[in-house]
Design a protein around this ligand. Structure first.
Ligand SMILES: Nc1nc2c(ncn2[C@@H]2O[C@H](COP(=O)(O)OP(=O)(O)OP(=O)(O)O)[C@@H](O)[C@H]2O)c(=O)[nH]1
Ligand SMILES: C[C@H](OP(=O)(O)O)C(=O)O
Length: 211
């Protein structure tokens, strides 16, 4: 089994721009990536491919394989799946609330495909036992896309329902979830950036999001 983390640093998380500057967003996505990788390794998944574009520097100390692709998200992932023959755990880099237990629960399922829905119709994690019999179609109602693809391919599916794993960090209000439920690099960053100590942090973030 391998993990695949699609990762974009350049102008990342534009939907967070009401709360974070461009430089802060690009720094923050790397910290979230680190937390995702830590949970994967804690769950015993050591073979980790980070799929990114050539101008998105992945730090060398992360001890992962960097797979470069100029293609967009769907084309890049589907080209990757076509040349893979082992189960693939696709997890987005903006899921800092993920813990090893979530990963262990998902990879222990017997179904052919396990899908973790994101809020608003996205797909946060897909665990695919046979990559040769599946493809991805992110964006739009991608959760429904991925359920239909599994059905069309005759795959059994399990929908893994988890508040933590459904919380991808897209909008300013999602940062509050990191303060409340997070851990590691991303929680440290958010608490310091929004002065959690004063107790005004949540109001500050929500005000930024409402601006
Ligand atoms: N390799 C690769 N990863 C991508 C690409 N676009 C997004 N991602 C990653 O896919 C995941 C989900 O993407 P989004 O939530 O849309 O991330 P984003 O594009 O930085 O966010 P917005 O600018 O707010 O849409 C994140 O882990 C991104 O890092 C891409 O073109 N190539
Ligand atoms: C990649 C995309 O992320 P979202 O735009 O839903 O955050 C999706 O999950 O289909």
């Amino acid at each position: 089994m391998k993990a695949l983390i699609p990762y974009k640093k350049k102008n990342a998380k534009s939907r967070l721009s009401p709360a974070l500057t461009l430089e802060e967003r690009e720094d923050f996505v790397e910290l979230m990536l680190r937390d995702v990788i830590s949970s994967l390794k804690e769950a015993g998944i050591d073979e980790i491919d980070v799929l990114t574009t050539p101008d998105n520097g992945v730090p060398k100390d992360l001890d992962v394989n960097v797979v470069l692709s100029e293609h967009d998200l769907n084309e890049a992932i589907n080209a990757y799946l076509e040349q893979e023959n082992k189960p693939i755990f696709i997890i987005m880099a903006d899921l800092p609330l993920v813990r090893a237990k979530h990963i262990e629960d998902i990879v222990s399922r017997m179904e052919d495909v396990v899908i973790v829905p994101g809020k608003g119709g996205g797909t946060n994690v897909i665990f695919i036992k046979d990559p040769s019999n599946y493809y991805v179609k992110y964006y739009g109602s991608s959760f429904l896309n991925h359920c239909n693809i599994a059905k069309d391919r005759g795959c059994s599916v399990f929908i893994y329902d988890s508040f933590m794993l459904s919380t991808d960090i897209d909008e300013p209000h999602d940062l509050v979830e990191i303060m409340l439920h997070g851990h590691g690099n991303s929680q440290k960053y958010v608490n310091e950036r929004f002065d959690m100590k004063t107790g005004k942090a949540r109001a500050k973030i929500n005000a930024a999001g409402d601006a």
